[in-house]
Design a protein around this ligand. Structure first.
Ligand code: AMP
Ligand code: ZN
Length: 102
C-alpha cells in the first residue's frame, strides 16, 4: 500500500531493524517507546485495522508471533494493545499490536 509507513518499512523503503520476522508478520521497536520494551507486531499484509480483519487466522498468527518474540526477548510480563480507528488513537492505519514491557 502506497504511503503506508509500515508497508514502506516492510519493503525496505524506510530503514528499520526487524527484531522478528516470520511468514506472516514482522516486528520492530517503536520509534517513540512508552515502556522499557515497546515492540510493534505488524502483519505483512496491509490491513487497515482490526475492524477490517476477516480471516481470524491472522490474529492467531500475530499472537503466536508475540509468544515467539517474548521468548526471544525474555519478556515475561507484558501488555498488548491494539488501537482501532482514529478516535481510539490509531495513528498508523496498518494493523499492528503493541507489546509493552517494563
Ligand atoms: P498507533 O497509535 O496504535 O497507530 O501506534 C503507532 C505507533 O507507531 C506509535 O507508537 C509510533 O510511535 C510508532 N511509529 C510510527 N512510525 C514509526 C517508525 N518509523 N518506526 C517505528 N515505530 C513507529
Ligand atoms: Zn501498510
Amino acid at each position: 500500500m502506497e504511503n503506508c509507513i509500515f508497508c514502506k518499512i516492510l519493503n525496505k523503503e524506510i530503514p528499520s531493524k526487524f527484531v522478528y520476522e516470520d511468514e506472516h508478520c514482522f516486528a520492530i521497536n517503536d520509534i517513540n517507546p512508552k515502556a522499557k520494551k515497546h515492540i510493534l507486531v505488524i502483519p505483512k499484509k496491509h490491513i487497515e485495522s482490526l475492524a477490517q480483519v476477516e480471516d481470524m487466522n491472522l490474529i492467531k498468527n500475530l499472537f503466536e508471533a508475540i509468544k515467539n518474540i517474548n521468548k526471544q526477548e525474555n519478556i515475561k510480563d507484558f501488555k498488548t494493545l491494539i488501537n482501532t480507528g482514529k478516535n481510539a488513537g490509531q495513528e498508523v492505519m496498518h494493523l499492528h499490536i503493541h507489546i509493552l514491557a517494563d
